[in-house]
Design a protein. Structure first.
Length: 283
C-alpha cells in the first residue's frame, strides 16, 4: 500500500477528520464507550484486574516503507475487543524506512504523543513548527480544533523507530498546541522518570487528560513499585526491552499489560529492562 492510501485508511479507521468527513476519532459517542476491554488473558496467565497483550498478538502491517505493530485497532487492523484501554486509544510501534514518512494529514480532538526509540524523525505542522525528535525526546500535540502535520525519517541511511500514542482529550476543541522535551537517560536508571502529566508545571510534557507517563531502565534483579496518581485510573505497562514480572506474570519485550482497580503496582526486572508505564483514566 502506498503512503497516501495508508494515511487515508489510518485516519478513517483510527480517528481524525479528513476532507470534511466525520469519523470516529474523539467523537462524543465513542468517548462514552471508553472503558476497560475485558480481553481474555492467555490460559495460565491470569491475574486479578489485569489484561495481557503479548507482542505476537498485536496487529501488524508491513507496507515496505512502514513496518508497524498495533496494540489496539488501527487502520486495517480491526479487533472489536482491542479498541482501547480506557482513554488510551492508539499504541503503535513504528519503523519507517530511510527518507520515507507520513505525508501531511489532519487530526482533531486527540492528544498525540511520539516517542523516538532510534533515528531522527522530522516533524512539520500547520502551526508553523518544524522540528526533529530523537531518542530521549518526547513530543506532544494537542490537536484540539484541528491541525495538519507530517512526519518523515530525516535520514537517508537508517530507519527511524518510534512509538506513536493517542490519548482521548478531556476537553474538546481546545487551541492546538505543540511541545517537545529532551530527557536525561541517567535520570531513569533504576527509577521512574516522569515524562508526561496533566499539569504544565509538573515534570515532562503535558496533555489535556488526567494521565501520567513514566519510564525506567531497570537492572536485572531490581524491584520497583508505582503508585497510582488518581483514583480510578488504570496503568498500561509496555516493555520496550528486556523482561519483567508483574504479580506472577512475566512480560517480555513489546508485551503489554493493562491493570485496573489497584492503588500500586509491583514490578521486578528479570533482566535489564526498559519499561514505559501509561496511567490513564478508565472512564
Amino acid at each position: 500500500m502506498n503512503r497516501k492510501e495508508f494515511v487515508k485508511r489510518s485516519l478513517l479507521g483510527a480517528g481524525v477528520v479528513a476532507a470534511g468527513i466525520p469519523v470516529i476519532s474523539a467523537t462524543q459517542e465513542e468517548q462514552k464507550e471508553v472503558g476497560f476491554n475485558h480481553i481474555p488473558a492467555i490460559k495460565g496467565e491470569t491475574m486479578k484486574n489485569a489484561i495481557i497483550h503479548r507482542a505476537e498478538t498485536r496487529g501488524h502491517a508491513n507496507h515496505g516503507w512502514l513496518n508497524s505493530y498495533h496494540t489496539f485497532s488501527f487502520a486495517q487492523y480491526c479487533n472489536p475487543e482491542r479498541m482501547h484501554f480506557g482513554v488510551l486509544r492508539v499504541l503503535n510501534d513504528d519503523q519507517v524506512a530511510p527518507g520515507m514518512g507520513f505525508g501531511t494529514h489532519p487530526h482533531d480532538n486527540m492528544e498525540i504523543i511520539s516517542i523516538p526509540l532510534s533515528g531522527d524523525l522530522e516533524h512539520k505542522d500547520s502551526m508553523g513548527n518544524v522540528a526533529v525528535i530523537r531518542q530521549n525526546d518526547v513530543q506532544v500535540m494537542s490537536a484540539g480544533t484541528g491541525i495538519r502535520h507530517s512526519e518523515y525519517n530525516k535520514n537517508s541511511d537508517q530507519e527511524v523507530k518510534f512509538l506513536q500514542i493517542w490519548v482521548f482529550s478531556n476537553k474538546r476543541n481546545v487551541t492546538p498546541r505543540y511541545d517537545q522535551l529532551t530527557f536525561k537517560p541517567e535520570d531513569r536508571e533504576n527509577t521512574w522518570q516522569q515524562i508526561l502529566s496533566p499539569n504544565a508545571d509538573d515534570a515532562g510534557v503535558w496533555i489535556h487528560q488526567d494521565a501520567w507517563f513514566h519510564w525506567g531502565e531497570w537492572s536485572a534483579g531490581k524491584t520497583a513499585d508505582y503508585k497510582i496518581k488518581k483514583n480510578g485510573n488504570g496503568v498500561y505497562a509496555f516493555v520496550l526491552s528486556g523482561s519483567i514480572t508483574i504479580g506472577d506474570i512475566k512480560l517480555n519485550a513489546r508485551d503489554g499489560m493493562g491493570i485496573v482497580d489497584m492503588s500500586s503496582i509491583d514490578i521486578k526486572a528479570d533482566s535489564d529492562a526498559f519499561v514505559l508505564l501509561m496511567e490513564v483514566p478508565m472512564n
